[in-house]
Design a protein around this ligand. Structure first.
Ligand SMILES: Nc1ncnc2c1ncn2[C@@H]1O[C@H](COP(=O)(O)OP(=O)(O)OP(=O)(O)O)[C@@H](O)[C@H]1O
Length: 681
């Protein structure tokens, strides 16, 4: 063959992949130093090299998933349909069955159900997959790798890029797989790059390349290499090559000088968001989420349980508190409760006010304990036994009669003495209010029955509500803050868990090689989150308003109430996405969400009113999403405000602004850092 004929033959050879003068660094670690490589169409290229030399990095640069620092890569693929990629890690959703996994990837490539089934049967013949209904988490490592390989072949791609496809596969099956690869290359003209640690299996390749020190230091058909180095095995040929360290170093030094511009393209689908991929993602994520019982408990049962807990435990009056009393006025067994002998303040009455008060307090959820010794009872207040001690002096009722008739001659020794616990200010407040109110109420009732003017003893004033529902307990006024907390926290913790799994387990990057856009995943997640959000918030509202009868006014403000809840849930969703971007671990993401939600709840006024906070902190607290939304919801529920009210308009506008702001932050971050959601595996 003369030189001209040889040149003509070389011109006819087509290459599906060419890498020219590629450079890539991770920090100070030079992975490629002017690497060159060419893979002929319809051939198998065995990429060999020591662990950590950069084989996987090279494959990902070829696919456009990682950028080169400089150099040129030409991949003859028009769309994702032309390429099948098997990553080194499994990157499979372990809670799906083998069949469901193939269905998912099949639907991403728009393969019909029947064709997926046929292809699966065909692949099963040489990959010998186990029972197709087995869950990935239940099959062995080798079986999982075969599933992973099957997925990269499912859509019959023209170019296959396979990172260690035969690891963990038994030798006999490996033979079968290689035979199939050879058939694909020869008969169907497929181009295959395979990295492998089993050097001898690379003998079956049409061309092998040895990568070392950032270069392909030897490349050619295996037979030619054996002849060139006069050895029987590729392993010893490569040992000889590797010993020649000086040459390699020299080569590297020379090449480092000639860095070029980057020419590398990313194979992608059209930029459009596609409905069929969203449908496939929805189906897959529904399956995955519905099998994650811990997640289901967290996002469905936990909000219900927590709402019950909240309604039963927060802001309600304290019950069963022990109050000690000593009654020197009368023996408790001699107490008369019916007004048989006329008015209690008549001289002849055998009723005493101390009995009436003790009886009243006992019927109002206090546990009244009679003590025999005043000193002992007072001392026991220091030992956490009683929350209060009430002492009724001998002449309490007669003293009270004097007080009503002529205050001037009132005997101070006839007053009731109340000692309150110092343990908790809320206990103190409740007991003193209850004791005071019960005494006032009973005296007025008694005065009424004695045909006396009931206000003759009290302060001449009256408290009343003019507008809105009456707030009877602390919880009535803060229940909306709790519902707002549910609407914010659970969607954010749900989305951060799912997105971090997608990111950390390489699931998203694998789906992206099949054409999935991040926006499609976000839309599918938003749909699932919205359904969950509606479930969570409607169950919280039902428990709070229908089972525990927290006050709510039904006006057209309810529409704003529902809208605000939805918006807050979406703010939680967006915050979860943002957390998934900045967090490097799933647990870290959950910590961020939990910590920030807890801070918001503490500052929201649900534990203690904002009015107690320092001015600056109060201004910040007012703007935090849970407080902002929960507060307007409270005004709508209790005061009956609607969208006509300026505060509702301002609060709703701020909430919309929050949503837009978070979307903008995510868009800007996505523009600054392209692979925000992906960790290459
Ligand atoms: N994301 C990363 N950040 C920093 N260094 C990285 C990163 N990924 C890989 N490296 C480093 O780049 C080098 C090449 O890694 P790569 O995974 O491409 O090697 P490999 O040849 O595929 O190894 P193996 O055969 O063990 O899979 C290694 O030294 C590795 O530590």
């Amino acid at each position: 063959m003369n030189k001209m004929e040889q040149n003509m033959k070389e011109e006819k050879i087509k290459y599906d992949i060419t890498v020219t003068n590629a450079f890539k660094k991770y920090g100070q670690n030079n992975v490629f130093n002017g690497l060159n490589m060419a893979v002929k169409s319809g051939s198998i290229y065995g990429l060999l090299g020591p662990s950590g030399c950069g084989k996987s990095t090279l494959l990902q640069c070829i696919l456009g998933a990682l950028p080169l620092d400089s150099g040129c890569i030409d991949l003859q693929a028009k769309s994702v349909d032309d390429v099948g990629y098997m990553p080194q890690d499994l990157c499979l959703e372990v809670t799906l069955t083998i069949k469901e996994t193939f269905e998912y990837y099949g639907s991403l490539y728009r393969i019909s159900k029947i064709n997926i089934k046929n292809k699966l049967d065909e692949l099963n013949k040489f990959l010998q997959l186990t029972d197709l209904n087995s869950y990935i988490k239940e099959i062995s490592g080798g079986q999982s790798r075969r599933v992973s390989l099957g997925i990269s072949l499912l859509h019959d791609p023209k170019i296959m890029i396979l990172d260690e496809p035969t690891v963990g596969v038994d030798p006999l099956l490996r033979e079968g797989i290689w035979a199939e690869f050879t058939k694909m290359a020869k008969e169907q003209k497929k181009t295959i790059i395979i990295t492998t640690h089993y050097i001898e299996e690379a003998n079956k390749s049409d061309c092998v390349g040895l990568m070392r020190n950032g270069l392909i230091i030897e490349e050619g058909p295996p037979q030619d290499i054996l002849v060139k180095y006069g050895t029987d095995t590729l392993e010893s040929a490569f040992l000889t090559i590797c010993c020649n360290q000086r040459t390699i170093t020299k080569k590297v030094d020379n090449i480092v000088q000639v860095k070029e511009k980057i020419q590398q393209k990313k194979i992608t689908e059209s930029e459009n968001v596609n409905l069929y991929r969203i449908k496939a993602l929805l189906k897959k994520n529904y399956r995955v989420c519905s099998r994650d019982y811990l997640l289901l408990f967290t996002v469905i049962l936990l909000p219900i349980l927590q709402t019950f807990n909240f309604c039963m435990a927060i802001g309600v009056p304290f019950k069963g508190m022990q109050i000690a009393y000593k009654n020197d006025e009368i023996n408790i067994l001699d107490c008369q409760y019916s007004n048989v002998n006329g008015c209690i303040f008549d001289e002849i009455s055998n009723q005493t006010m101390s009995c009436v008060i003790i009886n009243y307090l006992s019927s109002h959820d206090y546990d009244l304990v009679e003590v025999q010794d005043r000193e002992v009872a007072e001392a026991s207040m220091n030992h956490k036994k009683y929350t209060a001690f009430i002492y009724f002096p001998k002449n309490f009722t007669s003293g009270l009669t004097k007080y009503i008739n002529d205050r001037q001659y009132f005997d101070l020794e006839s007053r009731i003495f109340v000692h309150l616990t110092n343990e908790n200010i809320l206990f103190k407040n409740q007991i003193s209010i209850d004791v005071l109110q019960s005494i006032n109420y009973l005296i007025m009732e008694t005065l009424n029955s004695c045909s006396n003017n009931p206000v003759s003893i009290g302060v001449p004033l009256e408290f009343n509500n003019l507008f809105g529902k009456e707030v009877k307990s602390f919880s009535n006024g803060i229940v909306t803050l709790f519902i707002a907390m549910v609407a914010f926290y659970f969607p954010s913790v749900f989305v951060v868990s799912v997105m971090m799994s997608e990111k950390m387990d390489g699931l998203l990057s694998r789906s992206m090689f099949a054409g999935v856009k991040i926006l499609e995943l976000i839309i599918s997640m938003l749909c699932i989150t919205t359904v969950l959000l509606l479930l969570q918030t409607s169950s919280s509202c039902f428990i709070s308003y229908f089972l525990f009868l927290n006050p709510i006014q039904i006006t057209n403000g309810i529409f704003v109430y529902v809208l605000l809840l939805l918006l807050l849930g979406w703010i939680g969703f967006l915050f979860g996405l943002l957390t998934a971007v900045i967090s490097t671990t799933k647990l870290g993401g959950v910590y961020i969400i939990t910590g920030s939600s807890m801070t918001q709840f503490i500052l929201s006024g649900a534990i203690w009113p904002l009015e107690g906070q320092p001015q600056l902190l109060r201004q910040v607290s007012k703007l935090l999403p849970i407080r902002l939304v929960g507060n307007i919801m409270n005004d709508i529920a209790i005061k009956g405000w609607t969208l006509d009210h300026p505060s509702v308009i301002t609060g709703t506008s701020l909430t919309v602004l929050y949503t837009i702001l978070l979307i903008l932050v995510l868009i800007v971050l996505g523009k600054i850092k392209k692979d925000l959601w992906v960790i290459q595996k």
